[in-house]
Design a protein around this ligand. Structure first.
Ligand SMILES: [Zn+2]
Length: 456
């Protein structure tokens, strides 16, 4: 798998241009350096180098003392210089590994390079386009390329690997790694082989993959396609294939080029980079806790299903641990985050969540009220206790008060009550529904017990 990741930097890789926001007008974040005008000189972005080193450390890579940039030469309209500055034989880091589910995936290298511009084809597709435009806002934006060894064995593993990389990159603050924003691009290389054979088959490389779902589907499709080619007596051709989201299939883009086609040579305008050991040591010391370590800690007191959700996202895991540290009950809080926070992305400050969880856990409010209080608390920043007091959400658990209510419900629903008495247990649902409509803040557990007692 080859994964390109945009490190979190303010500026481009070799010039002072800011990294353009997604919707910036074309060619407004450019300068003479990223436009490749003659007589300009690139300077390496320290923040990008740092993000790359942190990523390398988190992936257990070796960081050689000497590294350098190289020119990768090719012609394309989105490449104004006629070459891309990348790293060839002395990458920033080599020989790492990352644990994904039950497999240890070896990392071949993590290196730095610059992005190209973007072609915009009027008419959507190149072969139908009557005009094409070039937008160089992205030209020169830093990219890290993470290359794994051929250790992944299925579409599932490839998706898990990509997800783990995203979690890890976010956890260490190296990248936002949002696929939809083009900050992370995954290119799987796929080959198949006969069972019991050690030899890898001819591979194809897939591009244009915009989501984890697309990654999974594209691999399944490509495995099936290659199988059919071989079984019908054909040969798999080494090539780059695009994924068509609309047609849910891969299509041939171009035959694969080889390294020698790019006429790599050391970038003469940038001195070789010598990475100081003291800098590496400092980065290693300050590296935040890795997701795998955190997951192991969460698994000590939470079930695997909750850890799968909470452990995959640094913000959710921070919210959980900080709320529990402020006295929130562990499992109910984990469930709340999985069911109410993860799907909506609405994050409350941990102290507010802790307060809410305690109110819910002590029976002071109902679950339905808690949902409303949570949303309002996130939107207004006010504390749950304030909101509960203001709206009168406080849960009614008083038995004499609830008994009057339960009697009224039974009177108003004679058929359901009779059905229940005649053994149709599901009639209780209608009675409870009516009770909740009349008194949204009634403690459902106490009310249910009263109904059962009255109907017995
Ligand atoms: Zn520039």
């Amino acid at each position: 798998m080859e994964v390109h990741v945009q490190p979190k930097t303010r500026t481009k890789m070799f010039c002072g241009c800011a990294v353009a926001p997604l919707n910036a007008p074309p060619n407004t974040y450019v300068c003479e350096i990223c436009l490749g005008l003659p007589g300009t000189l690139p300077v390496a972005n320290k923040a990008a180098v740092e993000a790359c080193l942190k990523t390398a450390l988190a992936l257990n890579c070796e960081i050689p003392r000497h590294t350098k940039f190289d020119r990768k030469n090719y012609m394309y309209p989105d490449l104004p210089k006629g070459y891309q500055i990348s790293q060839y034989d002395l990458p920033m880091s080599v020989s790492g590994h990352v644990e994904v589910a039950t497999r240890k995936v070896r990392i071949r290298r993590v290196h730095l390079e610059e992005d190209t511009g973007k072609l915009v084809h009027a008419g959507d597709k190149l072969h139908k386009a009557w005009e094409s435009y070039v937008d160089l806002n992205r030209a020169g934006v830093p990219l890290m390329e993470i290359v794994s060894e051929p250790d992944l064995r299925s579409a599932d593993e490839a998706r898990d690997y990509a997800t783990e990389l995203r979690t890890l990159l976010r956890a260490i603050g190296a990248s936002e790694a949002e696929m939809e924003k083009g900050q992370m691009r995954v290119e799987p290389n796929i080959s198949i082989r006969r069972a019991a054979s050690d030899e890898l088959g001819v591979k194809t490389e897939l591009k244009n993959i915009n989501s984890f779902r697309a990654l999974h589907r594209a691999i399944l499709f490509e495995v099936e396609r290659q199988t059919q080619v071989l079984e019908s007596g054909g040969r798999v051709v080494q090539e780059t294939r695009g994924w068509s989201e609309a047609e849910q299939r891969t299509f041939s883009q171009r035959s694969k080029e080889f390294a020698e086609d790019y006429r790599y040579f050391p970038e003469p305008d940038l001195p070789p980079l010598e990475v100081e050991r003291t800098w590496i040591d400092e980065l290693r010391r300050n590296l935040p806790e890795l997701p795998s370590v955190r997951r192991a800690r969460l698994l000590d007191h939470l079930p695997a299903a909750q850890v799968a959700v909470i452990g995959a996202d640094r913000e959710l895991a921070d919210l959980y641990e900080n709320a529990v540290a402020r006295g929130a009950p562990a499992l109910p809080t984990a469930n709340w985050i999985v069911n109410e926070v993860a799907p909506t992305g609405k994050l409350s400050p941990p102290e507010n969540l802790a307060e809410l969880m305690k109110l819910l856990h002590d029976g002071a409010i109902t679950r339905d009220s808690a949902r409303e209080v949570y949303v309002e608390s996130v939107e207004t920043g006010r504390t749950p206790a304030e909101i509960v007091a203001e709206h009168g959400y406080a849960q009614v658990s008083d038995e004499s008060e609830l008994r009057v209510l339960a009697e009224a419900v039974i009177d108003a629903n004679p058929k359901a009550a009779a059905d229940y008495r005649n053994g149709k247990k599901q009639a209780m649902q209608a009675l409870m529904a009516d009770l909740r409509k009349r008194a949204p803040h009634a403690n459902p557990k106490v009310a249910n017990e009263l109904l059962l007692k009255l109907l017995a």
